[in-house]
Design a protein around this ligand. Structure first.
Ligand SMILES: *[C@@H]1O[C@H](CO)[C@@H](O)[C@H](O)[C@H]1NC(C)=O
Ligand SMILES: *[C@@H]1O[C@H](CO)[C@@H](O)[C@H](O)[C@H]1NC(C)=O
Ligand SMILES: *[C@@H]1O[C@H](CO)[C@@H](O)[C@H](O)[C@H]1NC(C)=O
Ligand SMILES: *[C@@H]1O[C@H](CO)[C@@H](O)[C@H](O)[C@H]1NC(C)=O
Ligand SMILES: *[C@@H]1O[C@H](CO)[C@@H](O)[C@H](O)[C@H]1NC(C)=O
Ligand SMILES: *[C@@H]1O[C@H](CO)[C@@H](O)[C@H](O)[C@H]1NC(C)=O
Ligand SMILES: *[C@@H]1O[C@H](CO)[C@@H](O)[C@H](O)[C@H]1NC(C)=O
Length: 470
């Protein structure tokens, strides 16, 4: 059961507070830990590989629904502009299938530390938060009392000198944040701009927007501060929330998302590299803002395709135009890849498996099944993966190479282990899931593993290259 599996992944970055603050653009490199990483809450970690896969896949299914739902909402709002009813595109952490990685994040002045889910499909960065009087507080009424839930961390906004609410009468509140569910309510012009996130299951998150300072660790162990980062101060959160997480870091594409804000400071881009989380290797995933110092070593190898920012906003859409297996292009109708026809493809770090709409799924599976048909097929209950087999004697070279072809000619060649995946000792499955039509195909994080992915928001391009992620 998913509810049991509280937390997911943590992204850690190490900060050294004694180090000087620097303003130049050394990259910020943050460790990402997968929610099943042994470095984290070992108890909540599913015991066997099969349980782990089931857990991941379960959140994938919910996440895919969320992506479709959000997409539908976006289409509807394009056609009926006067629809002011807000429906939350997010769902509570475990229901929503929020991403798979955690990060430690420092907010405020002086910094307060939180464990947040890092999600490339969420725009708003928010934390559980208490705000009473902020800058109008005097010494007596600053909220210094113990927090109501000792096991949770709550951002005490009154203790932060950099917490700046946004006036509800401002353009930012009334216009820019409308798609982040800002409320029209504005009793006096200086009241803070508030939000009301409606959850699909009827629960809600209420809070106020603020500009805050976020402290980031740099690759060289120094630290830097990002000022005027939009954060949500969630004062109430109905429904089961995020267990060990204190909120979410929004890495989706949006004018006010953390990804955009941090990228602006670090040369317009962020990147991540995910190691094989099904292996037990001791290496880390990381998220990086700014150019890697070693980019010159990599740049020869990086391939680029257009990042379609705004096309399936806030998701990171790419123009896939075909898939080949063993050098032969599969017969897949173009509508599958065409956003206008109800299709399209996103690169999503928060989905584990790769979802293809039926017209792409069927030919891909047919071609791959052929290559593993001599292995005994196994029937595993509780997995949406259709084809699993006894992998005794299996070698990667038996499976022809699968390649994603982008419209601009770039080719992404995932590692075989990323689509013929280990689910248990001696058992492998073809790592694709069928997505109903119309629908969006998602390139999930297992497909992305052992590659560096560079999201260049400034130049609207996505770079990728095989990497050990070290
Ligand atoms: C909203 O749009 C609907 C049609 O979609 C229209 O009937 C209705 O009058 C509009 N309401 C307002 C307040 O403009
Ligand atoms: C804080 O104290 C000031 C002055 O004592 C008072 O005017 C204000 O209403 C108080 N604010 C809160 C939130 O208690
Ligand atoms: C908040 O930050 C944005 C930039 O992210 C800036 O445009 C805006 O003026 C700031 N508002 C306040 C009240 O600090
Ligand atoms: C694995 O990680 C532990 C601590 O996290 C470290 O002590 C050990 O040296 C690492 N092993 C390898 C092979 O890197
Ligand atoms: C860059 O490469 C050098 C040697 O190739 C390595 O020692 C160093 O750790 C790398 N730096 C980063 C930030 O990856
Ligand atoms: C797998 O099991 C299900 C129910 O247990 C059964 O309906 C289905 O036919 C089985 N498939 C194969 C290929 O054995
Ligand atoms: C796979 O087949 C081998 C013999 O070919 C057998 O020993 C093993 O138990 C099988 N594994 C599974 C998971 O069925």
């Amino acid at each position: 059961m998913m509810k049991r599996v509280l937390l997911i992944m943590f992204l850690f970055y190490t900060l050294q507070y004694q180090a000087p603050v620097v303003a130049f653009s050394d990259p910020a490199r943050i460790e990402l830990l997968h929610r099943h990483s042994p470095k984290l809450n070992g108890n909540a970690r599913p015991k066997t590989q099969l349980e782990r896969i089931k857990d991941l896949v379960h959140s994938d299914m919910t996440r895919q629904k969320m992506i479709s739902h959000k997409r539908r909402k976006a289409c509807e709002s394009e056609t009926s502009i006067n629809n002011t009813a807000v429906e939350m595109p997010l769902r509570a952490g475990r229901d929503y299938g929020t991403g798979q990685y955690f990060v430690q994040f420092k907010v405020g002045t002086p910094p307060q530390k939180f464990t947040l889910i890092a999600d490339t499909s969420t725009e708003l960065t928010w934390v559980d938060c208490r705000y009473r009087c902020g800058r109008n507080c005097n010494k007596e009424n600053k909220t210094t009392q113990p927090q109501p839930q000792p096991h949770r961390r709550v951002f005490n906004a009154d203790l932060s000198s950099s917490f700046k609410t946004l006036p509800c009468l401002s353009q930012m509140c009334k216009v820019d944040l409308m798609n982040l569910f800002s409320l029209a309510r504005c009793p006096t012009p200086l009241n803070p701009c508030a939000y009301d996130y409606r959850y699909v299951d009827g629960s809600a998150a209420l809070g106020i927007f603020a500009n805050e300072t976020v402290t980031l660790g740099l690759a060289n162990h120094r630290k830097t501060k990002l000022k005027n980062v939009l954060i949500g101060c969630s004062s109430s959160f109905q429904g089961q929330s995020f267990a060990n997480a204190d909120g979410v870091v929004g890495l989706a594409y949006h004018k006010y998302s953390f990804a955009n804000k941090a990228s602006e400071k670090f040369g317009g881009k962020f990147s991540y590299c995910l190691v094989d989380h099904l292996s037990h290797k001791n290496v880390s995933n990381y998220l990086m803002f700014g150019a890697s110092k070693n980019e010159s070593l990599l740049s020869g190898k990086l391939r680029y395709t257009k990042l379609e920012l705004g096309l399936l906003s806030p998701f990171y859409a790419v123009n896939v135009m075909g898939i080949s297996i063993g050098g032969a292009m599969l017969k897949i109708p173009f509508t599958v890849w065409d956003v206008k026809s109800g299709g399209g493809t996103v690169v999503d770090s928060g989905t584990s498996l790769t979802f293809l709409t039926e017209a792409a799924y069927k030919p891909v599976m047919a071609a791959l099944e052929l290559s593993v048909s001599k292995f005994e097929r196994l029937n595993l209950s509780g997995l949406p993966m259709e084809y699993c087999f006894n992998s005794t004697g299996f070698e990667d070279w038996l499976v022809p190479k699968l390649v994603f072809h982008f419209a601009d000619g770039a080719r992404f060649e995932p590692h075989t282990k990323s689509y013929v995946i280990d689910v248990a000792d001696g058992v492998k499955c073809l790592g694709f899931v069928s997505q109903s039509w119309p629908g969006i195909s998602s390139i999930g994080n297992i497909m992305q593993q052992n590659n560096l992915w560079e999201f260049d928001l400034g130049k609207s391009k996505l770079g990728f290259a095989p990497s050990t992620c070290t």
